[in-house]
Design a protein around this ligand. Structure first.
Ligand SMILES: Nc1nc2c(ncn2[C@@H]2O[C@H](COP(=O)(O)OP(=O)(O)OP(=O)(O)O)[C@@H](O)[C@H]2O)c(=O)[nH]1
Ligand SMILES: [Mg+2]
Length: 304
């Protein structure tokens, strides 16, 4: 398929074009990726909602419930980032196919992407995928990631609102407190309040937030089987304002530029003329010489 047609398809909200474009981006085809993003880019209006938390707390179930509710307010798309683990893949796929069918009847686009290539977090090209979904007319883009070190930081760089999902028991709360997940949540959701221990979990989280002066961060208990207390959670998401536009732009710019520099200079370094003299010199000094010459190229007055 021709890229111009693909761009037109995305802008018209055609699901096949969107899916095709996402595949191109995921398969790290840099030329197509660049052309697609340049062709569709505008500062969109989608609100990006990150749903993160330990495995099995109910993230997918929550998304399956909240996505149709959000579609009363605008067009919804979902991007689920698969855990790299090959185990339990079968049952996850089964659930996902069922969910996908019921959501697509409501006009909700859903897509899974793999984080296999990227260290535990969001796929390296999640930003690009989000832009494609945004350009296709999405008002809400929901991202599901399994909370783990790197992805916590990544999700902050892409999402406008980060919802940390926890559940009673299983020691999830304690683990979360340790893993720094508390830092990234704009809202905390304790799912499975039908289970024992949920009020203790909510209390523990509130106390920890108080300790780190995040007193105003809401902690909402919900039950996703009987859809209890979703109105508060939904209200919160709908009324939340976009934020960090500059930071997100800078992060993406940094990724693009550093990738380019890396590719270019890795080749250059591998293929330099190495004389006997160079090889006798310590590599720190040689690196300084190379970096010095790079610094001459990076002159602030030449870009804006
Ligand atoms: N009792 C109870 N069970 C729930 C609730 N929400 C989800 N579950 C169950 O918890 C299990 C895990 O739910 P998922 O939605 O797959 O959890 P997840 O966080 O997406 O899991 P991963 O994507 O594998 O990390 C499923 O069996 C759900 O039916 C709830 O509110 N109460
Ligand atoms: Mg899930």
């Amino acid at each position: 398929m021709n890229i111009d047609n693909l761009i037109e398809g995305i802008l018209n909200g055609d699901n096949r074009s969107i899916a095709r474009a996402i595949s191109l981006v995921e398969n790290s085809d840099p030329v197509s990726r660049e052309r697609i993003i340049k062709g569709i880019y505008s500062v969109g209006n989608a609100k990006v909602i990150g749903i993160t938390g330990p495995p099995g707390v109910g993230k997918s179930t929550i998304i399956g419930n909240i996505a149709p509710m959000l579609s009363d307010y605008g067009k919804v798309s979902i991007l689920a980032v698969d855990p790299a683990s090959p185990f339990s893949g079968g049952s996850i796929m089964g659930n996902r196919i069922r969910m996908q069918k019921s959501l697509s009847r409501k006009g909700i686009f859903m897509r899974s992407t793999s984080n296999r290539l990227y260290n535990g977090g969001l796929s390296e090209y999640s930003w690009d995928i989000v832009k494609i979904l945004e350009a296709s007319g999405s008002d809400f883009i929901i991202l599901e990631t399994v909370g783990s070190g790197q992805s916590d930081i990544d999700i902050m760089n892409i999402a406008d609102i980060t919802c940390v999902i926890l559940a009673p028991g299983l020691g999830d709360e304690i683990q979360a407190l340790k893993s720094g997940i508390m830092e990234i949540g704009d809202v905390f959701v304790v799912n499975k309040i039908d289970r024992e221990g949920s009020y203790i979990a909510i209390k523990d989280i509130r106390e920890t937030l108080n300790l780190s002066n995040k007193i105003k961060t809401p902690v909402i208990g919900i039950n996703s089987i009987d859809i209890e207390n979703y109105d508060k959670f939904l209200d919160y998401i709908v009324s939340w304002n976009k934020k960090n536009y500059r930071e997100k732009y800078v992060r993406k710019l940094r990724q693009i530029v550093l990738e380019e520099i890396y590719n270019k200079y890795a080749y250059y370094i591998d293929n330099m003329d190495y004389t006997e003299d160079t090889l006798k010199r310590d590599p720190y000094t040689t690196a300084e010489i190379i970096i010095d010459s790079m610094n001459k190229i990076i002159d602030k007055s030449t870009y804006k």
